[in-house]
Design a protein around this ligand. Structure first.
Ligand SMILES: C[S@@+](CC[C@H](N)C(=O)[O-])C[C@H]1O[C@@H](n2cnc3c(N)ncnc32)[C@H](O)[C@@H]1O
Length: 270
């Protein structure tokens, strides 16, 4: 399976599980992105890799009835879930499209803002994506993307990877490490024609109440792709062993989930 098909497959699989309390950093991130980007009433926003639409909803609220959000994702099931979420809260100024964020099919110079929350690092050619986003932004328009820092999800993620290795599944280097440092984010923005690149970091983490909440997080987002590589007959044993190791990390506050996040902004030259 090619990379994009594999990613689409994983997100199609998790779309119904995605909006759950163990992954509440996604809506936290959406609120921060809208604030950091200073999204204003009346603006036209493109939300790339919208997932279940958290940023699209927050942006739609900020731009009001005079503005409009175009929200795109490769996964049809994530888009369907996003549309349901938008319908549920009665927001009407968002249009969803199943579309590749590397090649958004919009005219030149149409958007005031492009948002992309934890999505850019999934794209095999991040530079091509950024160049295409520059094309569809208005001169002076702004981009904001979020990415995980290297500490995000550790130490649980290291234990997960080690446990998988015991079953001869050797996980690839996490994709987000490509954007896990300020310099990496600034460089890729500037190399692809953006100016005034700035990076802010924030800890969006929290304590999970129970070890099983970590299991829910694994099952409901990108890590699901690695778990799916385990043969069925090993899955129950894997779960018991993995969660017994995770249990040792719990304190009287619960299980800390590190979600250190970088927010990168830049402008298209006038
Ligand atoms: C970790 S989720 C983030 C979703 C959402 N932005 C959020 O923060 O809640 C990553 C999303 O990127 C989407 N994605 C990955 N590669 C993509 C691509 N080339 N074009 C569009 N969407 C893509 C996936 O389908 C998935 O919905």
């Amino acid at each position: 399976m090619d990379e994009k098909k594999a990613i689409t497959h994983v997100f199609n699989l998790v779309s119904k599980l995605y909006d759950n309390p163990s992954l509440r950093f996604f809506p936290f991130c959406a609120e921060k992105m809208v604030a950091y980007a200073k999204i204003k009433p009346g603006q036209k926003v493109l939300d790339v890799a919208t997932g279940t639409g958290m940023v699209a909803i927050a942006a739609a609220q900020a731009i009001g009835g005079e503005g409009r959000v175009q929200a795109i994702d490769l996964s049809e099931n994530m888009i369907n879930q996003a549309q349901e979420n938008v319908n549920r809260v009665g927001i009407t100024n968002v249009d969803f499209h199943v579309m590749d964020g590397e090649q958004p099919d919009f005219k030149n110079d149409v958007f005031d803002i492009i948002t992309c929350s934890y999505g850019l690092f999934f794209m095999p050619d991040m530079s091509a994506a950024l160049k295409s986003w520059l094309r569809v932004l208005k001169p002076g328009g702004k981009i904001i993307f979020s990415s995980f820092a290297a500490s995000a999800f550790t130490p649980q993620s290291d234990i997960f990877m080690n446990n998988l290795a015991e079953y001869n599944i050797i996980p690839p280097t996490p994709r987000w490490l490509q954007l896990a440092e300020e310099a990496l984010c600034k460089n890729i923005l500037e190399e692809n024609g953006f100016i005034d690149a700035q990076v802010t970091q924030a800890q969006l983490g929290y304590h999970l109440n129970e070890t099983k909440d970590w299991w829910q997080a694994i099952q409901s987002a990108g890590y699901r792709g690695l778990y799916e590589q385990l043969p069925q007959e090993h899955r129950a044993d894997f779960q018991i062993k993995h969660l017994s190791e995770i249990e040792k990390l719990k304190t009287d506050k619960g299980l800390w989930l590190d979600v250190q996040t970088l927010f990168s902004t830049a402008l298209k030259p006038e």
